[in-house]
Design a protein. Sequence first.
Length: 232
Amino acid sequence: MLSSGLPDRDGGAVALSTGGSSGHADASEPAGDAVVVPVEPPGLRGPALVVGCSDETREGFRDYVLWPRIAGCAGGFALPGVGAALKPACGLQAGDTSANPSGVGCSAADLCAAGWHVCRDGTDVAASSPTKGCEGCVPAGEPRFFLVASGASSMGVCTPDRSGTNDLHGCGGLGESESPDCAPLDRRMGFADCLATSTVWFCGVPSESLLETTVVTKSGPTMGGVLCCRDH
């Protein structure tokens, strides 16, 4: 049985309704198809070039003094897919604290600030993180997932071919533990894991269950976003 990384209803969490426009937690009227997640702490605010996120708040690797070259940037993106050719599409007008938290008209790249890019793969993460990996991305148990641009896997097993399309790979506390072959990345999201978020993370229809990196979208500000690495 796959584990989504989401707690059950007895874990001190609140219900997140995915039917509204904001995507924020609503403890007063849980929806029938609600996803249950803990309240997510706010990101650390600062200048976009320093923080690395286009909305000037950083949610993963929060302390930009300790992690000056890598950031977890939360928010939605409506344009599908990640990969080597990923480019901004909405002028970097995205992010969980922006006026466009659902990322309408935006690609995943719009979550990163100018001078930063969606981290390409584990090698890019290792070169950008002083811990050489995901350590410190989020506190233990926080269900946020921050992806890298490359799929790098076939049938869920990482390979040297960075053009793989199966599963989303990255850092955080949401999804499944990553394959050792994907080190230093520590989390992955497959079709079933996306399904468990009730379309906050959307990885297509069942016939696309091996194509997550080409079809992925994210509908709201919760549960993470992308890993951004500084250009230089």
